[in-house]
Design a binder for this molecule. Structure first.
Ligand SMILES: [Cu+2]
Length: 309
């Protein structure tokens, strides 16, 4: 018995040591480890969702460790020992049955309640967002519009074969996105928002809520956006770039978009306006993480390009 104890003691020590080595050798910081693989969010809603994810993952791990521990304990100490000899039986144990019904019910109710609270905030709409952005998805690119912008002039950014679409947004402002598709179902996804929503053709007819709001973007940055719904041959190339810039820079950006470019003779493109802002990498017109791609594969995108110059 004493020998058995030592053996188990040794096994536990080895297991704990292996876990410590596994965690430290992965090179993850506490902040990274606690996100369990999620990117760092840049909106208040992203933080809420990340916290929900972290707490659910930790709660699942606690339940998992208890279940795995009890399973191992049963296997190790309560297995069938002799012919016809059964281990102690526990059926019809009222306390065990009460615990196994009540405890999971409480856990599921808590998870459900917490999820509803977070989801309501992520899904909310607000009467007067600071900025409105229209997002149009089509095979296989994006168009971004700025309706009701303070310049009073229409501003839109269209992704083409030569240029990747740049979605320029202000930090510290509430932003409402309205999503529409011109053909099939796409999905608007910015990993740093920790959020994606399907982009439907005819959302009203399809009974889809095609708007969502983020309270603000908390820091300036260059982020990649993607289509997250398999939408045809070139789905994987249906990327866009997000530039989050300070509200002052954003105002100047909008003004620049309405001004005529001295060389081209037409209003500045998103890339030209960003370059004119002179804000380094943040305002680089060309993506470093995604690349332009060919979109001349549908009649629709060609017509779209002609309409929008
Ligand atoms: Cu798509």
């Amino acid at each position: 018995m004493g020998e058995g104890r030592t053996r188990y003691g040794k096994a536990i020590k080895v297991a704990v040591l292996a876990a410590v080595v596994a965690v430290s050798a992965s090179g993850c910081s506490v902040n990274e480890a606690i996100r369990f693989g999620w990117p760092e969010g840049v909106t208040p809603q992203a933080l809420e969702m990340r916290q929900l994810w972290t707490i659910l993952a930790l709660a699942s791990l606690v339940v998992g460790v208890i279940v795995w521990g009890m399973t191992a304990w049963t296997v190790a100490f309560h297995r069938k020992k002799g012919e016809g000899e059964l281990p102690r039986q526990f059926q019809y144990s009222l306390p065990v049955e009460i615990v196994s019904v009540v405890l999971p019910t409480i856990i599921v109710a808590a998870i459900f309640g917490y999820t509803v609270v977070v989801q309501n905030d992520v899904d909310k709409s607000i009467p007067r967002p600071d900025v409105k952005v229209g997002v149009t998805a089509f095979q296989w690119n994006w168009k971004f519009d700025y309706p009701d912008n303070p310049t009073g002039k229409p501003i839109s950014t269209l992704g083409t074969s030569e240029t990747i679409p740049l979605l320029v947004l202000p930090t510290d402002r509430s932003i409402e996105f309205t999503l529409n598709s011109q053909d099939v179902i796409h999905s608007f996804f910015v990993p740093e928002f920790l959020f994606k929503r399907d982009v439907f053709p005819d959302p009203e007819k399809n009974d889809q809520d095609n708007t969502f709001v983020i309270d603000k973007i908390e820091k300036q940055g260059a982020f990649v956006g993607r289509c997250a719904e398999l939408c045809g041959s070139y789905h994987s190339q249906m990327n866009f770039e997000v530039r989050a810039i300070s509200p002052d820079l954003y105002q100047r950006y909008l003004q620049l978009r309405t001004q005529t470019n001295a060389i081209t003779g037409v209003p500045n493109s998103a890339g030209e306006a960003l370059a004119a802002l002179n804000c380094g990498d943040l305002c680089a017109p060309q993506a470093t993480t995604t690349y332009p791609f060919h979109t001349e594969r549908t009649i629709r995108s060609a017509a779209e390009r002609n309409n929008n110059g």
